[in-house]
Design a protein around this ligand. Structure first.
Ligand SMILES: [Zn+2]
Length: 252
């Protein structure tokens, strides 16, 4: 099976979350990891995970939500839940909000400390913030650079620190040649895949609402880049995901 390691499912998901999960399962996507960006999505995501097989959650507050206090949302009770397998998505985004840099860094560091205390991997969002990301995200932490589209330079730095890299639908886009080159150079045992649904639907679904079933299109392109049979890639990605998220106990 393939695992969509990062998407945003809520009860209000377009098309109905039950059907979306069913379509994913029918397409050999046997497990799904729901990430939260808006802290108000944590409870709905946990509900979905509780009521379906092989749905897991990473809980975090995205840099768009600087006015929330992580201590109120990333509580011991939440993080000790067996279905909560990581902290994310967290990070820095200077593309839309460069003016909140200081608050973003503060929020990011607080959540990194929480993840460290709970010995949980982190799912990192970084956009136009490479230097601060590299300075803050030391090898004290472990986790994944989600929807990775940054430079080879940042990839190299984070590879040396033991991080994983997640390829999204952007890998399939025509103008993503440099991202494909980056993933070609990242060792096979450091890669996972995701949709980041409902965003970034891969080719041939561009413009549609993205959903976990579509992660297979990213897998196909990755198999080409890596010159692997899709079945071999499937095994590698499954093992990588289990190594990255040790609480992700997938039922076969
Ligand atoms: Zn996301």
């Amino acid at each position: 099976m393939f695992i969509d390691t990062h998407c945003h499912l809520t009860d209000e998901y377009e098309g109905g979350v039950d059907d979306v999960i069913k379509r994913a399962n029918n397409a050999n996507i046997g497990a799904i990891i729901c990430a939260t960006a808006d802290p108000n999505d944590i409870k709905p995501a946990l509900n979905i995970a509780k009521n379906h097989k092989n749905i897991f959650v990473t809980t975090g507050i995205h840099p768009d939500y600087i006015n929330y206090n992580p201590n109120e949302y990333l509580t011991d009770e939440i993080l000790n839940n067996p279905l909560v397998i990581g902290v994310g998505e967290i990070g820095l985004d200077y593309h839309y909000n460069p003016q909140t840099r200081t608050q973003q860094i503060e929020l990011f560091e607080k959540q990194l400390n929480i993840a460290y205390k709970h010995n949980l991997p982190v799912a990192i969002h970084t956009r136009e913030a490479e230097e601060d990301t590299a300075n803050i995200l030391t090898d004290k932490y472990n986790g994944v650079m989600h929807c990775f589209t940054s430079s080879w330079n940042l990839a190299k730095t984070m590879l040396d620190r033991g991080f994983y890299f997640s390829a999204s639908g952007i890998l399939t886009f025509k103008n993503s040649e440099s991202i494909r080159e980056t993933f070609a150079k990242i060792p096979n045992d450091r890669i996972v895949i995701e949709t980041d649904a409902p965003y970034c639907a891969p080719i041939p679904y561009r413009g549609k609402t993205c959903e976990p079933a579509m992660v297979i299109e990213t897998a196909k392109v990755l198999a080409q880049i890596k010159n692997l049979q899709i079945e071999d890639l499937e095994t590698i990605l499954f093992e990588n995901t289990q190594r990255l998220y040790s609480k992700c106990h997938v039922k076969l």
